[in-house]
Ligand binder design. Structure first.
Ligand SMILES: Nc1ncnc2c1ncn2[C@@H]1O[C@H](COP(=O)(O)OP(=O)(O)OP(=O)(O)O)[C@@H](O)[C@H]1O
Ligand SMILES: [Mg+2]
Length: 495
């Protein structure tokens, strides 16, 4: 493997916030190089410097031994560097083909040659096994397909270096396999991949080398085969993390919420379950099993064809999210960026927005209580920020997700529904969130947690429901639950 791309003494600050200190790292040809570190460590910033979105405050970039200034993404592409961004960045009103060929549309007689563009798009999509119509508008796609389109786009530039910033946060296991196939092909063709992910398994599956970044400094660069899982975690979080999952000492009591005969055409059919006081109820299943739609219905986001909700054995009606919040139910959505956050508003406003009613004393907003509560959550969730008056959009991806979680915890719900609560969250913060969940249950409140991460389901749930294709196909106690049984129920309806 030969040395290819090198960062020497790269530093970056935003105003007086120093984000990268003195970064030195080399990427080789034909190598899949992982970049790991906690939320806010500076991973995305470093990659945005490589693609000309940010200019470094100091330091130099060398490509094949030559010093290089990259002033904008177009220039990065012309030097052979492309990137799949952590945030989905496609233009929703354009078609798949228009997005992939934006700014480089094939032209015939002075006009965009749509026929050619659709044909080429189809070829790119086929090359990674994605069966989508190039004419479909991005807004009509599922999130996982949007993500696949972005992957296709980055690959279609035929770049020498492809940066993938959390490419698998919204795709199914099968699609991850497709992506890994593509990565292996790219590697065989001598391309370099820089791969960012918080998922340990992926790192060990696909990466040759790992660089760990902590608080803007490189901790180490090592071959994957020479770093154990525990060593990797302590390099990232800077301390030993004995056990990611806390001891569970919550006591399960009476049913608090019962779902009866929930049905909604083409979403889910005849769903029945209850969750008890002090209980953490896990819902497992494959993506698309209908889990999200069921909890969204509890929250009043879909109109049911049939079904009933009982809280404390009394039938209640929920007429939309505000009604649900008023009745003590909170839902932390899986798609936090889209549904949960006002990016131009301050961190503080984002956290307190849903609970303003509760801090409103005598009709006046009590700023000191608001401040105190917001501070508590920032500390508890280890949200990394410069000031709580900072725009939420300036925080790193994982820290933005923690804000959404804080916002819902602050509404003091008695039933907390979490949809993929730790997706995109670093391992240290994950373990903090798990601790908060157990504390929450310990107060006699109930948690419903949807998760596609089996270790998380097994580590946290008192009871596990399994969904497959819109139906509840299994229910397991904590003792009964294991990976094999869950997978069996999760695929039960797919034959
Ligand atoms: N435009 C900006 N203005 C001010 N601060 C910023 C800006 N962009 C990033 N930062 C800060 O830089 C730090 C590093 O952010 P970055 O997005 O690089 O983290 P990351 O390692 O990618 O984290 P994650 O795993 O959460 O995606 C964060 O503290 C973030 O708030
Ligand atoms: Mg990032």
């Amino acid at each position: 493997m030969s040395e290819f791309l090198e960062l020497k003494g790269i530093a970056k600050s935003f105003g007086d916030v120093q984000v990268l200190n003195d970064v030195n790292v080399r990427f080789n040809k034909g190598e899949v190089h992982a970049l790991m570190g906690e939320n806010g460590a500076g991973k995305s910033t470093m990659m945005k410097i490589l693609t000309g979105i940010h200019m470094p405050t100091s330091g130099e970039i060398f490509l094949k031994g030559e010093s290089l200034k990259i002033k904008n993404p177009r220039e990065a592409l012309s030097k052979g560097i492309s990137m799949i961004h952590q945030e989905l960045s496609s233009i929703k009103d354009l078609s798949i083909a228009e997005n992939i060929f934006l700014g480089r549309e094939p032209v015939k007689y002075g006009f965009i040659d749509y026929k050619e563009m659709f044909k080429k798009t189809e070829e790119v999509l086929n090359s990674i096994g994605v069966a989508l119509n190039p004419k479909t508008k991005i807004r009509d796609l599922k999130v996982s397909d949007m993500q696949m389109v972005e992957i296709c786009k980055a690959i279609s530039y035929d770049a020498e270096i492809i940066i993938m910033d959390e490419p698998t946060s919204a795709i199914t296991d099968r699609e991850v396999e497709k992506l890994f196939g593509v990565i292996r092909d790219l590697k065989d063709n001598g391309k370099s991949i820089i791969y960012i992910s918080h998922k340990m398994k992926e790192i060990y599956d696909i990466c040759d080398v790992i660089t760990v970044l902590r608080d803007g400094d490189i901790v180490a660069t090592k071959p994957t085969t020479e770093v154990s899982n525990n060593e990797l975690i302590s390099m990232m979080v800077g301390r030993e993390l004995e056990d990611v999952f806390p001891d569970k000492n919550n006591v399960v009591g009476e049913p608090i919420l019962s779902i009866k005969n929930f049905s909604k055409q083409s979403m889910f059919n005849d769903i029945n379950f209850e969750v008890r006081k002090g209980e953490i109820l896990g819902i497992a299943g494959l993506m698309g099993a209908g889990r999200t739609e069921v909890v969204e219905s509890i929250f009043g986001l879909h109109k049911l064809d049939e079904g009933e909700i009982q809280v404390n054995n009394k039938t209640i009606q929920i007429n939309g999210p505000w009604d649900a919040i008023g009745k003590g139910i909170a839902l932390v959505t899986e798609d936090r960026k889209e549904q949960g956050l006002a990016l131009c508003r301050s961190v503080k406003e984002n956290i307190s927005i849903s609970s303003l009613a509760s801090i409103d004393k005598y009709g006046v907003l009590d700023r000191s209580i608001e401040n105190e509560k917001v501070n508590d959550y920032i500390k508890a969730l280890r949200i990394k920020l410069h000031s709580k008056n900072q725009e939420a959009g300036q925080l790193s991806g994982g820290n933005q997700q923690k804000i959404v979680l804080a916002k819902w915890l602050m509404t003091s719900p008695s039933i907390l529904i979490l949809d993929e609560p730790t997706r995109g969250i670093d391992i240290g913060a994950k373990s903090e969130i798990y601790k908060l969940m157990v504390e929450f249950a310990n107060k006699g409140f109930a948690i419903i947690m949807i998760s596609s991460e089996l270790p998380e389901i097994l580590g946290m749930s008192d009871r596990v429901l399994v969904f497959s294709n819109g139906e509840k196909t299994g229910e397991l106690t904590r003792e009964e639950a294991n990976q094999e049984k869950i997978m069996e129920y999760a695929t039960a309806n797919l034959r």
